[in-house]
Structure formats: C-alpha cells, structure tokens
Design a protein around this ligand. Structure first.
Ligand SMILES: C[S@@+](CC[C@H](N)C(=O)[O-])C[C@H]1O[C@@H](n2cnc3c(N)ncnc32)[C@H](O)[C@@H]1O
Length: 200
C-alpha cells in the first residue's frame, strides 16, 4: 500500500497560486514565494502587473510564510493589449479580488489600481525589499518602471523580472547588467532576479 504524505506548507501555498489563471509555472511561482519570504517585515513587496492574481497569491503567501511583509500589487486594469498579444482590462479586477479572497490573502494584499509609474512617484509606503516587474513589457515601459521605483528600494533589495525570454525585457536587463547596476542572482523559467548595486 502506498501512502501519500500531506503537502508541505510551501507546496500547499503553491497549489493555491496554481489554481489562479495566468501563465507562470510552478517553478516560477516557487521562486517568487521564496523571494517574498525573505523580505523583512519593515520592508514590503511591490508587484507591477497582477492580471488575475496568480503571481500575487504566490508573493502574498510567501511573505506570510516569511516575516509577514506587506504586498502592494499595482495594476491599472485599463484596456491594454500587451506586446505579446495578451488582452487585459477591467474584468480582470473582479477575478483578481475573488482569487485573492479565495486564496486567503484578501486582507494581506494592498491592491493599487493605478499605473505603476504614478504610484511610484507618489510612494510614501515602506522601503521596497522585493520589486517584481511584470507589467508592460515594452522596453520604454520596463525602463520607466525601473527608474520610477529605484529610489524607493531598500538597501539590499532585489528585483525580479518576468518574461526574460522577451526581446525588449532582455535588452533592458542586459544593458543594466553590462552597466554593473543589476547583479544577476539566479532565475527560474523566464523569471530572473538581481541584486542592485547602488550608484552614487
Ligand atoms: C502579463 S500580465 C501580469 C501577469 C501576472 N503577474 C500573473 O502572474 O498572472 C501584465 C499586466 O500588466 C498590467 N499593466 C499594464 N500596464 C501597466 C502599468 N503601467 N502599471 C502596472 N501594470 C500594468 C496589465 O494590466 C496586465 O494585467
């Protein structure tokens, strides 16, 4: 007779994230979960681009598994066709809230329904220990997100980019790596994560 052991706490969290529609693989969700778990409680996690909350649930459960840092999830939910052909809009908001509540993180995620750069410019929240960039993947948009959030990053913060198989994201990331600003730390699937070298 074979016995099936109960899933670990992390596996159970990942199963909840995988129940939400979206494109991120289990290994990518596991990486986000792990990175969020490392963020100290006095700092926070900021996510740019949530769609219906697949990555958001992984980040929130990871943060809760770690020190309980708040997760701010930013997405304007305006009508938008991404450069990879994905269609996004207001209907995603209803799914997002339902998915967060169903996954038990409705009270843990601070949803901000505005464009990332506007939020960054007005930011008065905690220092950001983990920035996850998965919004508009066009080169200029990725650059604008990065530049806008950089002043709010905590010392020792890390930044993770999704879609590092997409030319415009790769171009931006490689430029910053070559400039010595982003320091590669690792990755999973199409997510890569970096330390940030502070420049004077
Ligand atoms: C690929 S989806 C995000 C997927 C999500 N992270 C997940 O795991 O399911 C891209 C999202 O970026 C959002 N977006 C587009 N422009 C944005 C902006 N300026 N700031 C924040 N989010 C933006 C879109 O509305 C869309 O929901």
């Amino acid at each position: 007779m074979t016995t099936r052991s109960a899933p670990s706490a992390v596996e159970a969290d990942l199963m909840l994230a995988e129940d939400v529609e979206g494109w991120m693989s289990r290994e990518e969700l596991a990486l986000l979960h792990e990175l969020a778990a490392r963020v100290p409680r006095v700092q926070c996690v900021v996510e740019i681009g949530n769609y219906r909350g697949r990555s958001t649930v992984a980040l929130a459960l990871g943060a809760r598994h770690g020190s309980g840092a708040d997760v701010y999830s930013v997405d304007p939910h305006a009508e938008f066709t991404g450069p990879r052909g994905g269609h996004f809009g207001r209907e995603d908001m209803a799914h997002l809230y339902a998915n967060l509540a169903r996954s038990g993180v409705g009270a843990h995620v601070r949803v901000v329904t505005l464009p990332s750069v506007s939020v960054a410019r007005a930011w008065t929240g905690p220092r950001v220990g983990l920035l996850f960039v998965d919004g508009d993947h066009r080169y200029e948009a990725v650059r604008a997100d990065y530049e806008a959030w950089r002043p709010s990053l905590a010392p020792g913060a890390v930044i993770a980019f999704d879609d590092c198989d997409f030319a415009e994201v790769v171009r931006f990331v490689e430029e910053r790596v070559d400039a010595g600003e982003l320091v590669p730390q690792g990755g999973a699937g199409k997510v890569r994560w970096f330390g940030i070298r502070q420049t004077a």
